[in-house]
Design a protein around this ligand. Structure first.
Ligand code: NI
Ligand code: MN
Length: 227
């Protein structure tokens, strides 16, 4: 069973096969994550989907604290190297990286990617995290795309973590379709409510998923789900 600790926005600590995986670290500047202490977070792997500030805000600090392997695109790995952090693994679309029995497959995300200073930060990524008992799709920032159907061809998901905040990503109605495309019956929502422009109606979001026969989880920041 995967353990999913919600740290706000698109940041989670996932435990799959005893491997601790942190996604898109963004705590310090997230107004909803004031209760989370960066120093409490452990990680063996940090997954980074793209270079926007709400995905790499605490990346360098958390990497230095944990000495985790940072799995990201090539351009972000160069940026990390320039900041003096060398424990990274550079990837691009459709590649797979294996670490301690867990496979990390990069899948496309329909978004953009630049660093906070405006410099190019490579392609935006999503990941399928495939362990011995659990297989989770972590979508990053993306809209609904036909590519998601390929995930169902390749994997049997136990669940998906999908953005539902609209404006910068898909909203709940499209995300519910995304869940059917990738074959996820259980979805954890992310990338919503952190800022005014992505605030959502939780009941409407749950209804959109229920209409497609998918259960939507909206954990509180700091809550742990056993998935
Ligand atoms: Ni983004
Ligand atoms: Mn974002």
């Amino acid at each position: 069973m995967a353990k999913i600790w919600y740290l706000g926005h698109s940041c989670f600590q996932l435990e799959i096969d005893d491997v601790r995986i942190v996604t898109d670290p963004f705590i310090t500047d997230n107004p909803l994550a004031k209760s989370i202490k960066l120093s409490d977070i452990g990680a063996d792997i940090i997954l980074v989907t793209h270079g926007h500030g709400d995905h790499i805000g605490d990346l360098v600090e958390l990497a230095n604290q944990t000495q985790a392997k940072v799995v990201c695109n090539y351009e972000i790995s160069l940026w990390l190297e320039a900041q003096g952090y060398s424990n990274h693994h550079a990837m691009n679309h459709c590649g797979t990286y294996s670490n301690r029995g867990v496979d990390f497959k990069v899948v496309p995300a329909m978004h953009s990617s630049s660093f906070p200073d405006g410099k190019y930060a490579g392609n935006p990524l999503g990941f399928v995290i495939n362990g011995q008992y659990d297989c989770l799709y972590y979508a990053g920032d993306t809209g609904l795309t036909m590519e998601m159907k390929l995930i169902k061809e390749r994997f049997e998901l136990t669940g998906a973590l999908l953005p539902i905040g609209d404006t910068y990503t898909m909203g709940a109605t499209d995300a519910a379709i995304a869940a059917t495309f990738c074959g996820a019956k259980k979805v954890v929502g992310m990338h919503y409510d952190s800022f005014e422009i992505i605030e959502i109606d939780h009941e409407e979001a749950r209804d959109a998923f229920r209409d497609k026969g998918v259960e939507l989880f909206l954990p509180e920041v700091g809550e742990i789900l056993n998935f």
